[in-house]
Ligand binder design. Structure first.
Ligand code: HXC
Length: 289
């Protein structure tokens, strides 16, 4: 897929991607780097982060710096953000991408199992946003935050309740702070991706299924999983200058998976013309009774 954006679009931007060592975070970090931004990635595993930074810089040049941090620890997050500020000045963008999730019947979850997810997604996303946002206000920087959510923030997530609850909270953080920090020119938006296969998410959400996404096509009106470039283009659009009036939104990019599931009739897209003919006869028959 061709890039939608001109070279150098993000020159002068300094962007932190949490969980940027793997998966969707790595993909977004790569696009920001390719388009001229200075990129910071953080995560728990230093070796994974360093390997990713090396790989991305070899491919695109530029600067990717790594910070090993557990975003569940507020002080560690604040220390990291202070270090980044000292390293090259204020960040201009943040992607709250780090997450944890696994499928489990909710009745079998232990409190620690719930906390393992909620501490990363609910608490951790707040800690990072808060540490950066308050510095933006102090330094008069009009920063942009993107949080990676899911469409479950609207209709709930059976078997992924800790994630659904936590991400719904981050959705409300997005809307609340868009209003509270709007006067400072700070924007917060969210992206709700449908299935974009990555090894980490698939291993925990669709164990045993390959990442070619076969198991996820069912029920998605567009009949396929997402292509990573589509997600990256949206993440770049929201980070670039030119859409300053766009804030407080959660944008689904899911091939209409959410809309298709809402009315329960999405399955009718499988009917052939002949089956529709039969269906019409049956309906008319019911009218005549
Ligand atoms: C039930 C589980 C469990 C499982 C862990 N626990 N895995 N319970 N089923 N599969 C419980 C443990 O038993 C323990 O409770 C508690 O959780 C803490 O376990 P730890 O292993 O110590 O947790 P921790 O090392 O903090 O690991 C966190 C994690 C792990 C979230 C559990 O999977 C992780 O680090 N994931 C990070 C990456 C990730 O998940 N990526 C996918 C994100 S996908 P007890 O009571 O036994 O001590 C995503 C996208 C969603 O978010 C949208 C897709 C459309």
């Amino acid at each position: 897929m061709a890039t939608m954006f001109r070279d150098g679009l993000l020159k002068g931007k300094r962007i932190l991607v949490t969980g940027g060592g793997t998966g969707l975070g790595k993909e977004m970090a790569e696009d920001y780097l390719r388009l001229g931004a200075e990129v910071y990635i953080c995560g728990r595993r230093k070796n994974v982060l360093d390997e990713t930074a090396k790989e991305l810089m070899a491919r695109h040049g530029g600067s990717v710096k790594t910070h090993s941090v557990d975003i569940r620890v507020a002080q560690a997050v604040d220390d990291m953000v202070a270090e980044i500020w000292a390293d090259g000045g204020p960040l201009t963008g943040l992607v709250n991408n780090a997450a944890g999730n696994f499928i489990s019947p909710t009745k079998d979850l232990s409190p620690r199992g719930f906390d393992a997810i909620a501490n990363i997604v609910f608490h951790g996303s707040f800690y990072v946003t808060h540490a950066i946002g308050r510095r933006w206000i102090e330094d008069k920087v009009k920063g942009s935050v993107i949080s990676i959510l899911t469409t479950w923030v609207w209709n709930g997530g059976p078997f992924t309740v800790p994630s659904a609850m936590s991400k719904a909270g981050v959705n409300i953080m997005t809307k609340s702070l868009a209003a509270e920090w709007g006067p400072y020119g700070i924007r917060l938006n969210a992206i709700a991706p449908g299935p974009f296969p990555t090894e980490g998410a698939w291993a925990r959400l669709s164990p045993g299924q390959s990442t070619d996404g076969d198991g996820s096509r069912e029920g998605i009106p567009m009949g396929r999983v997402g292509e990573m470039d589509e997600l990256k283009n949206l993440a770049t659009f929201l980070m670039a200058d030119g859409c300053e009036y766009l804030t407080g939104q959660c944008i689904a990019i899911d091939g209409a998976g959410f809309s298709g599931g809402g009315g329960n009739f999405a399955r009718l897209s499988k009917l052939s013309d002949e089956e529709w003919d039969k269906m019409r006869e049956m309906i008319r028959g019911a009218n005549e009774k």
